[in-house]
Write a protein that binds this ligand. Structure first.
Ligand SMILES: [Zn+2]
Length: 192
């Protein structure tokens, strides 16, 4: 991304930073995705969020994305992201922002809690970019799910088609499963 020193360019970066803060992004995301100084970002964060940013490391592991419910949420987000990536000419970070907004809209329209934070969504895209994670089509339902790159597609069964035994009785989990399945199917349709 060409980074402009113009006032308009800077205004655009501040706007992006504000949107990311409102979505709950960690300060490290803002540092990585804008040219604004740490001091300015810190001030902006306090002004917009009304509190100091939380300290500590970002989650660096891919493990979280492989657990059952998070995997369904992450897959939902990534399907939307892939679709926007192909359909809209947006800067990378704007694609993440837009996809995350659509993901949270979908969650709130189902009355569900978005398990995926914007920081994790951002990391997920990085993991996919550097080949640590990918998407594999489920051999049963055909939906595309976040997986390790070495997954053998022929044998791969997603968490919706093969939920863990403990999930069987969960009403909420069940409704999320069905909704997510529909959304994933929709995303698959959009590709064609
Ligand atoms: Zn499946």
């Amino acid at each position: 991304m060409a980074r402009s020193k113009s006032i308009v360019g800077e205004a655009r970066q501040i706007e992006r930073a504000i949107t990311l803060i409102q979505l709950g992004a960690r300060l490290q995301v803002l540092e990585s995705e804008t040219d604004l100084s740490y001091e300015r970002l810190l001030r902006l964060y306090k002004e917009v969020a009304g509190k100091s940013p939380s300290k500590g490391q970002l989650p660096f592991s891919t493990d979280w994305f492989m657990t059952w419910q998070p995997n369904i949420h992450a897959s939902l987000f990534l399907n939307i992201h892939e679709y926007l990536n192909k359909a809209a000419a947006l800067d990378e970070i704007d694609t993440v922002i837009k996809a995350y907004q659509l993901y949270t809209e979908q969650m709130s329209s189902q009355g569900l809690e978005p398990l995926l934070s914007v920081t994790r969504a951002w990391r997920l895209v990085k993991f996919v970019d550097n080949g640590m994670l990918t998407m594999t089509a489920c051999s049963k339902c055909g939906g595309h799910f976040v997986s390790h790159p070495h997954e053998i597609a022929r044998h791969y069964v997603c968490g919706l088609c093969n939920p863990p035994a403990r999930a069987g009785k969960g009403k909420l989990a069940g409704s999320l499963g069905a909704q997510a399945a529909r959304s994933l199917a929709l995303s698959a349709e959009m590709e064609h």
